[in-house]
Design a protein. Structure first.
Length: 350
């Protein structure tokens, strides 16, 4: 999997994704059963470790790259892979730079990437693989078929968690209207919602490598994850405070599916491990569903009343006492929340 914290590595992988001219050239090298060492960058830092070879300064083409790979030396491309700067170059990074590789080509690639901030590609003729090095990171590119299979499996799992999330969220809305929310009900929304978000990140890692082959998968995962992060943020603000989102995202996957651990990390009130302990939402999520109510007004309402039940029971006059809330806005809040209550009752008995 791609290192999520490395945008430079992701950028390098995007350059060799299927559908790009550079990937076509690399595939031609593999098909010809050749190897290659390619540096994406021709600035002075790169040229300072180059010896020998010859200057080309020619427009890039997959055919040219494949032909030049027949020689033993490295190939120097422009940073955007639009031009071939040099070929058959001998790279001489400092030998003191640590490397974990064993083959000559890969050892050189790792040392160059660690000494100079440029992507380095090593094509292995023996293993028929493409390895990308950037700084201290390495990623071995996978075939499109393998990536599509893994992404499809992830999408099926994401779809199941999204269904659980939607059901739990509908239940939470109804319970909030009735003021009978428990700790368990809150966690029942957070767990599948966070899983949907994490799976979307995992699929996103594959999409970087899939390039044009991942367009349909991208549409599917965007649809499945739409709105989930925003809802998670609001639910956590309702029940766990501002740091809740960070705490939830830092939980390991096994701990995320353990209800008591989620309760503990978020600091939710569960005296004597009684997960049915009742909680009152602050009201951020439902108030954000009122389209004419701006975020600053939502903040003012929550700050003034403290919890959703108090906001729902407040009179028009009491709502008007909040800064920025006039008579029209006060009626909007009351009528909007009343319609949510009616819809909740209707859905329950339907």
């Amino acid at each position: 999997m791609v290192d999520r914290g490395s945008q430079p590595l992701n950028d390098a992988l995007a350059l060799i994704a299927p559908g790009t001219a550079l990937r076509e050239g690399l595939d031609r090298i593999l098909q010809a059963k050749h190897g290659a060492l390619i540096v994406l960058g021709d600035d002075p830092d790169v040229l300072s470790i180059c010896t020998g070879g010859f200057l080309l300064d020619a427009e890039y083409s997959p055919q040219r790259l494949s032909e030049l790979a027949k020689m033993d030396g490295a190939i120097i491309l422009a940073g955007d892979a639009s031009r071939i700067a040099r070929a058959n170059v001998h790279l001489v990074p400092h030998s003191s730079i640590a490397t974990t590789e064993t083959g000559t080509r890969h050892r050189t690639a790792e040392r160059v990437a660690r000494s100079i901030d440029v992507p380095v590609i090593a094509v292995s003729e023996a293993m028929a693989t493409i390895a990308v090095y950037r700084n201290d990171l390495k990623h071995t590119s996978q075939s499109s078929g393998w990536l599509i299979d893994r992404s499809s499996q992830a999408l099926a799992t994401q779809q199941r968690f999204r269904a659980r999330f939607d059901d739990a969220l509908t239940q939470l809305t109804r319970l909030e209207m009735e003021d009978t929310v428990s700790v368990r009900d809150v966690v029942a929304v957070l767990q599948p919602g966070e899983m949907v978000r994490r799976i979307a990140e995992e699929v996103g890692d594959h999409l970087v490598e899939l390039g044009v082959d991942g367009r349909l998968i991208q549409l599917q995962t965007e649809e499945l994850s739409a709105g989930v992060s925003e809802v998670l943020t609001l639910v956590l603000r309702d029940y766990a405070g501002e740091s809740g989102l960070t705490d939830l995202r830092e939980l390991p996957a096994d701990a995320l599916m353990d209800l008591p651990q989620v309760v503990a990390i978020l600091g939710l009130p569960a005296p004597d491990d009684q997960l049915h302990a009742e909680m009152a939402p602050r009201g951020y999520r439902l108030l954000h569903r009122l389209p004419q109510l701006s975020p600053p007004l939502v903040e003012s309402l929550v700050e003034r009343f403290g919890a959703l039940p108090e906001i729902m029971s407040a009179s028009v006059a009491e709502l008007e006492s909040v800064d920025g809330i006039d008579t029209a806005a006060a009626r909007l809040v009351r009528d909007g929340l009343a319609r949510m209550v009616e819809a909740s009752i209707f859905e329950r008995y339907e």
